[in-house]
Design a protein around this ligand. Structure first.
Ligand code: M7G
Length: 328
């Protein structure tokens, strides 16, 4: 019975007050009249050149095009339907019958405008890397030894990959300062915990936060040794506590992991809701923080020596480097 009662509760009811205050812009502008409120529609001039990916599963379309003569990537994604908005959807919608057969009927339901928001991510100016990142491509599994890392991967990531400006902006409070959920400002073991760009913060079901370390010389898992255990343990303990406090989600409902390879080579850790089958949480890319801690406890140089497997896209520059080195 208790469980049934809980199910009936809206998901937003489950978000504690503090978390509700952190929600996205559409809540501040429930009718979606941003333009009327003085916010310019920057996307009215967007010209699509290519559809990079059209994913029915993710309910998203990834577009490459031009925005005021600059290269841009725009991602349109339908957001999950929140349980606490269902009653309003039913009472305020326009309903059109599409098909009826015996006990089965299908309707075309148009919800009130403010409940019909499409999460829109704009990357502008976008680099060639961004365009490739979102393009559908064949993937190959690479087995990178410690030697391969030093001779192939490290030189490549030093000259390539994405800018880390957005990371430094967060650490220096030049961007997203109002979104920070928790910060430990210690220069050695400190970090900033905040919602990932992928999470619209509307429901806990798809909770996604990242912890970004204050240390600037750690690129990825490969740089970690036992000397970083205090940092990792600090993130693990304080990150979990902050999420429990803000969102009421216990650590038993969290998946906490690194990506290898990451897209951005400044050490960060992903905190996602276990209930959310998020892309990138599978065995070929994710390394659980708890496993990483244990591996470093048993061998300080574990991640310097181990062969690590990860998928690479056929058009990834790193893939070409592995081919040139005849490692594929
Ligand atoms: P990753 O493992 O380096 O790359 O994770 P991935 O994108 O292939 O997973 C970086 C994480 O940072 C991703 O989950 C991104 O969604 C997130 N992220 C990227 N940017 C540019 C931003 C940003 O500007 N703000 C926030 N809050 N998150 C970002």
């Amino acid at each position: 019975m208790a469980d049934k009662g809980r199910k009936r509760k809206g998901l937003m009811d489950e978000l504690p007050e503090q978390a509700k205050q952190q929600k996205g812009d559409s809540e501040a502008d429930p009718d979606g009249n941003a333009e009327e409120n003085g916010e310019k529609n920057i996307l009215s001039g967007f010209k699509t050149t290519t559809v990079l990916k059209d994913s029915a599963l993710e309910k998203a379309v990834f577009l490459h095009g031009k925005l005021e003569d600059q290269e841009a990537v725009v991602i349109l994604q339908k957001t999950p339907i929140r349980e606490d908005t269902v009653a309003e959807i039913f009472s305020g919608c326009k309903l059109k019958l599409e098909m009826k057969n015996d006990i089965y009927s299908i309707y075309h339901l148009q919800p009130p405008a403010h409940l019909n928001v499409i999460k829109t991510t704009v990357i502008c100016p976008a680099t060639e890397h961004h365009v490739k990142k979102y393009q559908v491509q064949e993937h190959f599994l690479v087995e990178e030894t410690g030697e391969d890392y030093l001779s192939i991967t490290l030189p490549y990531i030093k000259e390539q990959r994405f800018s880390l400006q957005w990371v430094f902006n967060i650490l220096e409070k030049k961007a997203e300062a109002d979104r920070i959920v928790y910060e430990d400002s210690d220069k050695d073991v400190g970090f900033v915990l905040l919602p990932d760009m992928k999470w619209d913060q509307k429901q806990i079901h798809d909770l996604y936060l990242i912890a970004i370390v204050h240390q600037r010389d750690l690129k990825s898992l490969r740089d970690l040794t036992a000397s970083h255990l205090p940092l990792l343990q600090n993130i693990c303990t304080k990150g979990k506590a902050a999420i429990l406090k803000r969102y009421g989600l216990p650590s038993s409902k969290l998946r906490i992991y690194f990506h290898y390879q990451p897209s951005y080579y400044h050490l960060h850790i992903h905190f996602t809701a276990l209930s959310f089958d998020v892309p990138g949480c599978g065995v070929v890319r994710a390394h659980l923080l708890s496993d990483v801690i244990q591996n470093l406890q048993s061998d300080s140089h574990y991640y310097r020596k181990r062969t690590l497997s990860f998928p690479l896209r056929a058009d990834d520059g790193l893939f070409s480097k592995f081919k040139q080195a005849e490692r594929l």
